[in-house]
Design a protein around this ligand. Structure first.
Ligand SMILES: *Cc1c(COP(=O)(O)O)cnc(C)c1O
Length: 364
């Protein structure tokens, strides 16, 4: 008879029921909120679908700000439930303009909910969150912010700004697991969510999670996957040990060093200064150069570069400095590999000046 070995990957003990409430308190600290914090046992895109599905209904009018495929998906989920959705779409790979929001709100006075992504990992833009939330608050509009990419990369002060629903995941700037996510829900948002036809008995039901909150936040409905919650706990330990402010500062430095290095290389940054995220920097590829050859060349050096994600962005190169990548070695390697790929293809690139610029940004 063969002996069956115990394996911690599938033989993990159940996650202790009394520790879920502590997880939500720690997430509240990251979001700086006293609103209810809910845990969703799935990747963040499921939490976003749960928000849209739980809000959606005929008669509801939502202004949906689209700056990447995530915004398109959010609008689709709302429409599926009969919601009247007004999309406003930014120029490809650029933040939304405040004037476009004001005009849309003036034309659509029935809008009672607004949705947007804070920072985009797809294109490297940062939407002007405080200004956008202020526009919504002035009209008592409930705000939904996809902060999955931005949390840990940018300051996100949910209560000070007055964000009604903020959705986050630990797997981007916070460097945690991908199979669990969280959101905060204000009283104003609950008033919209908790209606008679709200979905219940569903992984997409916020009403079910409200019942979990009201019952004291013990074991989540369903069968929680213990590894994800142990991993979330361990990643929160790391976040608290480094300090959220320091994590954000590390991403700011990675972004400014990347921008300085890529500029010194002689390349064109896609997103104007002040509108870029701290997570990803995008550069415009020379028009005769395809992204595939650049990616393959960088991969040969052990550096991962990726193309722009979304309609009209295939001419961009995405240089990722999120999470553990927000560090001097990765930022330097990214810039040098991109420069070497350009040179290899016959384009000028000042790798020496770029290395100097990155090093100088890091105080060297
Ligand atoms: C990563 C990300 C998500 C969630 O995507 P997952 O596939 O669930 O990890 C949602 N919104 C934005 C803006 C993101 O960057």
């Amino acid at each position: 008879m063969t002996e069956v070995a115990w394996n911690p990957l599938y033989g993990a003990p159940v996650y202790p029921a009394e520790r879920y409430a502590a997880l939500t308190r720690r997430v509240s600290g990251i979001l700086k909120t006293n609103n209810d914090v809910l845990l969703v046992q799935a990747e963040a895109v499921v939490a976003l679908e749960a928000v849209a599905t739980s809000l959606a209904r005929p008669g509801l009018s939502v202004l949906n700000i689209v700056t990447s495929p995530y915004g398109n998906w959010f609008g689709q989920w709302l429409r599926r439930g009969g919601t009247h959705v007004v999309d406003i779409v930014a120029q490809p790979g650029l933040p939304i303009e405040l004037d476009a929001i004001t005009v849309a709100l003036d034309i659509n006075p029935n809008v009672s909910v607004m949705a947007l992504v804070h920072a985009e990992s797809a294109s490297g833009i940062l939407n002007p969150l405080p200004e956008i939330i202020a526009l919504a608050k002035a009209r008592s509009i409930v705000t939904i912010v996809d902060a999955v990419a931005s949390v840990g990369g940018h300051s996100l002060d949910v209560d000070a700004l007055g964000i009604d629903i903020a959705v986050i995941g630990p797997q981007k700037a916070l460097g945690g697991p991908a199979g669990v996510s969280a959101l905060s829900v204000s009283r104003h948002a609950w008033e919209l969510v908790l209606h008679d036809d709200a979905p219940r008995d569903s992984i997409l039901s916020l009403a079910d999670l409200k019942a979990w909150v009201d019952a004291g936040r013990g074991v989540l409905p369903g069968t929680p996957a213990p590894l994800e919650f142990f991993a979330l706990e361990a990643s929160l330990d790391q976040v608290e040990a480094e300090g959220l402010a320091q994590i954000i500062a590390r991403h700011e430095k990675a972004a400014s060093a990347s921008r300085a290095g890529l500029t010194a290389l002689g390349t064109s940054l896609w997103v104007p200064a002040g509108q870029g995220s701290n997570l990803v920097t995008t550069v415009l590829l020379p028009s005769e150069l395809g992204s595939a050859s650049v990616i393959a060349f960088a991969a040969g050096l052990g550096v991962e570069l990726t193309p722009g994600v979304g309609a009209g962005l295939s001419h961009l190169m995405r240089i990722n400095h999120t999470g553990a990548r927000a560090s001097f070695p990765t930022v330097l390697a990214n810039v040098v590999a991109y420069g070497a790929a350009l040179r290899r293809a016959g384009f000028p690139a000042n790798i020496g000046a770029a290395s100097e610029a990155v090093t100088k940004s890091y105080g060297g």
